[in-house]
Design a binder for this molecule. Structure first.
Ligand SMILES: Cc1cc2nc3c(=O)[nH]c(=O)nc-3n(C[C@H](O)[C@H](O)[C@H](O)COP(=O)(O)OP(=O)(O)OC[C@H]3O[C@@H](n4cnc5c(N)ncnc54)[C@H](O)[C@@H]3O)c2cc1C
Length: 135
């Protein structure tokens, strides 16, 4: 069975954006289904479905892992993430590009500044929304 979109839990963990994930995985699933239908035997069917899994990881995996990291840090410390994204010009320029659809979360999270902020957010005590402010 080939699953795509929400059924395969494919989404941006941070923004909860799922439409482009559904479209991109649906496209890959359609191509994989064509290969499955043309497969002469069970081994070829397995190869086609395995290929689909690898393509999902290649195309969507890096984005999903980066957005999961960002979401973990955000859930622990939303004020820190908000401050990093709105007060540090290199970060908000990347956020702006992300919102405009010109880049992905993976691109934000691979910058040294974002990696440092994520490490700090993980090391600091958790301060979820509604908790006392830093100070
Ligand atoms: C309130 C809300 C707001 C959202 N806002 C955004 C947003 O702004 N941007 C964004 O990118 N994502 C958003 N999402 C997420 C986005 O809607 C989903 O990630 C996306 O629609 C997933 O597409 P899909 O094709 O996988 O599933 P769906 O869009 O859920 O399509 C599945 C279809 O299968 C049908 N179906 C189910 N079971 C059967 C069955 N047994 N037989 C036949 N048909 C069946 C369903 O009726 C449905 O039409 C939002 C989600 C919610 C709930």
């Amino acid at each position: 069975m080939l699953v795509a979109g929400d059924a395969a839990a494919l989404l941006d963990h941070w923004s909860r954006e799922g439409i482009s994930y559904a479209l991109r995985s649906g496209d890959l699933a359609g191509r994989a289904a064509t290969r499955v239908l043309a497969a002469p035997d069970e081994e070829a069917v397995r190869a086609a479905t395995d290929h689909y899994g690898r393509r999902i990881d290649e195309v969507l995996g890096a984005e999903m892992r980066a957005s999961a990291t960002l979401m973990r840090v955000f859930a622990r410390n939303p004020a820190l993430v908000h401050t990093a994204l709105t007060r540090l010009p290199p970060m908000w320029r990347r956020l702006d590009a992300y919102i405009a659809g010109h880049s992905g979360v993976a691109e934000i999270m691979t910058t040294p500044l974002a990696r440092a902020a994520a490490a700090l957010g993980t090391a600091l005590p958790a301060r979820p929304a509604g908790g006392p402010p830093h100070g």
